[in-house]
Design a protein around this ligand. Structure first.
Ligand code: XIL
Length: 378
């Protein structure tokens, strides 16, 4: 069985280990070579400054519990980021301990942190089946719309005027496994409200904050593999249908969870996809960039180059499209990355983000810097 990246992550690393080991044994250091390229950078500007010089926003996701107790980490975030995304603090599971409660503590702390450091704040996410609290399983079809709208009104109003953008709906489509024609995942929201939940969510968000950029965010659109090809096609159809009904949607978020061992990046297909989205008058944000090094050899130098290479190849195409207005990494340091939960077969710490776990800049940082430096101005 071939698992998509989305599925391996959803099923957990146990399901992936077999595949990972096979791939691992097939790949030697020489398979990746030692590219002569050292990803040189000019000057000493931060990532946010390099991005801003081209009219782009750079930022990262972080969890409040890490930022609050790790000053070194907080400093790196404040220095390099122009925007921060609470990684989990604004998800249903964290915000909604019970049907009557909204726990804004951690989200508010992050809002205050961004304000204090002059950063933008981004909201993630108002509807995502994987972050639903247990109690949500008990709601009926009759209650569903009201529960969804109440959540969105309350949360979006709470941050209105402070939020740059909201991922209103996350990962609605699954080109790998959905057997529906529209490729919607058969999540609880779909079971309760069918595809209407998407429109309901966007309209509720717009009513609660007319100024935030409202984003449809999804994953697995990056490679020329059948499931990603189906996901891209389904996303285009969804966006067209939302636009044709004047649903207030302003941007597509592309998560960008890359895999350094995946060679099937098709520049033309990705470019064409971005240009079709831009053609609908939508902005595009790269919202969760990171690069799995799970199937790479152990050698750190080889891994860091391969990760940087994947980033530069991807961003050089993405940033050529002027509708791409932001690049956000899912974490900024290997000290805190969700990919640690899906460990390498050899159990070595993963190296997926711009900073190492000791907060040293890696070649991935250079790759992002170089991509901004080379990008056309917006
Ligand atoms: C992940 C977080 O990083 C984890 O800490 C959490 O346990 C699960 O969610 N796509 C998304 C993000 O849209 O919300 C996910 O974040 C990563 C995949």
């Amino acid at each position: 069985m071939k698992l998509s990246r989305r599925q391996t992550l959803q099923l957990g690393f146990g399901a992936f280990l077999g595949a990972g080991c096979t791939q691992m044994s097939q790949l030697s250091n020489s398979a990746f070579g030692m590219p002569s390229k050292d990803f040189p950078i000019k000057g000493s500007l931060s990532l946010k400054q390099r991005a801003a010089a081209k009219g782009i926003i750079f930022g990262a996701a972080a969890n409040q519990r890490d930022v609050v107790r790790d000053t070194e980490y907080a400093q790196v975030l404040a220095k390099d980021c122009g925007i921060l995304v609470p990684e989990n603090d604004l998800k249903w599971a964290d915000l909604r301990p019970s049907p009557d409660q909204f726990d804004f503590q951690r989200g508010d702390w992050m809002a205050q942190f961004t304000k204090q450091h002059g950063l933008l704040l981004r909201g993630h996410t108002l509807a995502w089946h994987q972050s639903n609290p247990e109690w949500l399983k008990d709601i009926t079809r009759q209650q569903a719309e009201q529960v969804l709208v109440k959540h969105i009104h309350t949360v979006v109003k709470h941050y209105a005027g402070r939020m740059h953008s909201w991922d209103v709906v996350n990962e609605a489509i699954d080109g790998a496994w959905s057997d529906r024609a529209d490729k919607l995942q058969p999540t609880q929201w779909v079971k309760l409200l069918d595809k209407n939940y998407i429109e309901i969510a966007f309209r509720a968000a717009a009513a609660a904050d007319p100024n935030a950029i409202l984003v449809y965010n999804d994953t697995s659109v990056d490679y020329d593999v059948p499931e990603d090809n189906r996901t891209r096609a389904a996303i285009l159809k969804l966006l067209e249908s939302l636009k044709s009904r004047n649903v207030p949607i302003h941007a597509l978020g592309i998560q960008g969870h890359l895999d350094a061992a995946e060679k099937r990046f098709n520049e033309k297909k990705f470019r064409d996809f971005l240009s079709e989205v831009a053609g609908m008058g939508l902005k595009i944000l790269i919202t969760e960039l990171d690069v799995s090094d799970r199937s790479l050899p152990a050698d750190i130098h080889v891994r860091d180059r391969a990760v940087a290479d994947a980033i530069e190849q991807y961003l050089s195409v993405a940033l050529d499209e002027r509708a791409v207005s932001a690049v956000i990494t899912w974490g900024i340091s290997d000290r805190y990355t969700w990919l640690s939960r899906y460990p390498r077969p050899d159990k070595l710490p993963v190296r997926t983000l711009p900073y190492s776990d000791t907060m040293q800049r890696k070649l991935a940082w250079n790759a992002i810097a170089r991509s901004f430096d080379a990008a056309p101005k917006r």
